[in-house]
Design a protein. Sequence first.
Length: 344
Amino acid sequence: MTLAEFLAKLSALEGEAPGRIAGTSSLDEWTVLRNALVGRQAGEFTAIMNELGSLPKEERREAGARANAVKVALEDALEVRRAQLTAKAAESGPKLDLTMPARDRWQGTVHPVSMVIDEVVEIFRELGFTIALGPEAEHAWYNFGALNFPADHPAMDLHDTLYLGADQVLRTHTSPVQVRTLQQYPPPVRILAPGNVYRRDFFDPSHAPMFAQIEGLVVDEGISFADLKATLSHFARRYFGPHTKTRFRPSYFPFTEPSAEMDVQCGVCDGEGCAVCKHSGWIEILGSGMVHPAVLEAAGLDSEKYTGWAFGMGPARTAISRHAIPDIRILYDSDVRFLEQFGR
Ligand code: DAH
């Protein structure tokens, strides 16, 4: 190649490149063209430059200077077009409104029933209670037999209990955790067992087929009903306020003897009587009693040596009377507008 030919090729490229560059209509097309013009591998300019070495030495200086000028012109024209195409793409694409307020962060809240459980657990933790858990699919023996239910007790009826098989039920209460714990750990035992339980009930304003319970159990040598009363009264004052009045009513459960239900004076009307306490002035909080010797024996303990007391409460009930919630179903609807009110 002669110097004249070399310069002519450069001029030809310099002449036609601006039109081709202006003809690109997208950044993708631009990229293809840039590679075709000045790409290191197969660019047209690169191909001309590769001929530089075949020119006589004394002509290379002039040829190189000219080539450099063309290259700068090509790159300038390419950069101008790239900026234009970028601006065009931004215009037609989704627009950013930098003045728009940020989206609110969705922050979950603790469910009112979980809140009751957390607070109850905390109060008993201060007294040295630990947490024990048991299965929701439970052997019928743990749910009934070990808890001294007589063989013909109506609670075992298909109408009340959800059976998974001949000997397998969805536990109807958290009391089976009493026996499982006593089988596993020697006294002294002080445990709280929160968890879900199941009953063959339809949803109505005061019933749900699944709900939470909190079981409590204390077993040691020399435990008396005075311990039960003192501990549960302390709990009521810690939970409902230092001036809370409590009363214990005789009751019956197969697994406790004697049995008692604890009421607290209604905090809404101070015992005067209102809709929340159904005009009685009192709200039932829990069932309790001295652990029946048959239960201790079923768990393998010597009932001559050990005594104990237990209680069971329903945190949904507590949440309902505490917040004057008119219908238990609201607690299970997961309506965010309701649940958000309990944020903490
Ligand atoms: N398990 C009883 C129920 O589901 C509640 C209960 C009552 C538990 C008295 C106890 C207790 O531990 O002593 O209705």
